[in-house]
Design a protein around this ligand. Structure first.
Ligand code: B16
Ligand code: MG
Length: 213
């Protein structure tokens, strides 16, 4: 039986993928190649440095580590320009209501994200006190599809993996949940998120029955 929920951030609670894309696209332009929205799909759920490697592969570039660190920091500065303007309006529809349903039933909710900007994003959208725990890119050494982020979230809530369900928009995150022994509800297109145990288009009109497997 499901007793706790773990939420991914980007693509589940907010759509920061757009801001990641604009910043990566700008970096690619500076480096002299084009990075499309379709290329950006490969970066969803993937860590910042792995995202940069994928971007550089797209442009056929191979750079030393110190230069990559500079580029990743520059991209993050551009990304933060968008994040600093975020407000609670950007919480995806139905998310707040669903979290209230969980709270009313005493079902804990954690956040498990690859992002190192999650604390700031949650503050900007007024959700810094909503989740029972936050496991972000600073607390994991192995990125999704490794299950570390979700296993840490489950353990901080005092739950066994099989008592948790993960809400994820990325294939790497679905794999991470499954490798951690958790059920996973995909948030997005069922044609893409084929490996999820269930798929919802978003949280509008979703109630606690979604937790029944
Ligand atoms: P940052 P999630 C992920 O968030 C994004 O989907 C991914 O595109 C991004 O590269 C990653 O966070 C790292 O983000 O640069 O802010 O540390 O989907 O795991 O919530
Ligand atoms: Mg995501």
């Amino acid at each position: 039986m499901i007793r706790a929920c773990i939420f991914d951030l980007d693509g589940v609670v907010v759509n920061t993928a757009r801001y990641h894309f604009l910043a990566w696209n700008r970096l690619a332009k500076e480096l002299g190649f084009f990075f499309s929205e379709t290329d950006n799909e490969l970066l969803k759920g993937v860590s910042r440095m792995r995202s940069l490697d994928i971007l550089l592969e797209t442009g056929g570039l191979d750079l030393p580590v110190d230069q990559k660190e500079i580029l990743a920091a520059r991209k993050n500065e551009w990304y933060l320009e968008f994040i600093r303007k975020m407000s609670p309006d950007e919480i995806l529809p139905g998310v707040t209501h669903f979290l209230e349903l969980l709270r009313a039933e005493g079902i804990p909710a954690a956040m498990g994200t690859a992002s190192k900007n999650a604390g700031l994003i949650l503050k900007q959208i007024g959700m810094e006190h909503v989740f029972d725990c936050l496991i972000d890119g600073y607390q994991v050494t192995h990125a999704k599809p490794d299950p570390e982020v979700f296993l840490k979230a489950a353990s901080s809530m005092g739950m066994a993996p099989e008592q948790c369900v993960v809400f994820e928009d990325a294939l790497a995150g679905i794999e991470a949940a499954h490798r951690g022994g958790m059920k996973c509800i995909g948030v997005g297109d069922p044609g893409v998120l084929k490996t999820a145990d269930k798929v919802i288009p978003g949280f509008i009109e979703i109630n606690l029955n979604i937790l029944l497997f």
